[in-house]
Ligand binder design. Structure first.
Ligand code: HEC
Length: 128
């Protein structure tokens, strides 16, 4: 009897581990895929490095944003995903809802986040 309970427990546990792995895999964004999508769809305006200096940028008013700026970096994933999905009114920024799958919008965002190299400020005080 104890054996049976143990076996059932083990199967249940294995099932749980598999299920949580599957969830983790699908929620982990693919930065490489995001990068290629970014190069195809976004770089012409926002620039290869996200600095808002793509070839089309100079012709646009308002200019495309610098995606590695503090203004963008401090926005939450939720805020940026909704901007990417719906676009920015009265600017050239289109909504990507109908062009990129939600998963791919997340991949692109992961790539944009990867362009930002946050460093903690050093703790040594400046020389006086
Ligand atoms: C035709 C030019 C153009 C293209 C293509 C374009 N954008 Fe934009 N984008 C803009 C403009 C203009 C703005 C508005 C200015 C701003 O918010 O900085 C903007 C704003 C944004 C913002 C908001 C930044 C903020 O801090 O609010 C995000 C995020 C963004 N774009 C991501 C993307 C992504 C991802 C793609 C590709 C899937 C893309 N853009 C393609 C022109 C473009």
């Amino acid at each position: 009897m104890a054996h049976l309970i143990f076996t059932i427990g083990l199967i249940g546990w294995a099932g749980l581990v598999c299920a949580s792995n599957a969830v983790e895999e699908s929620s982990q964004p693919d930065v490489k895929k995001g990068q290629s999508l970014y190069q195809i769809h976004c770089a012409e305006c926002h620039g290869e490095g996200g600095r808002g200096d793509g070839p089309r940028a100079a012709l646009l008013a308002p200019r495309p944003g610098n995606l590695v700026s503090a203004a963008t970096s401090t926005k939450t994933d939720q805020e940026l995903l909704s901007i990417i999905a719906r676009g920015v009114p009265r600017t050239a920024m289109p909504g990507w809802e109908t062009i990129l799958w939600e998963e791919d919008r997340r991949n692109v965002l992961a790539f944009i986040r990867s362009l930002v190299h946050f460093q903690k400020p050093t703790l040594t005080p400046p020389p006086s």
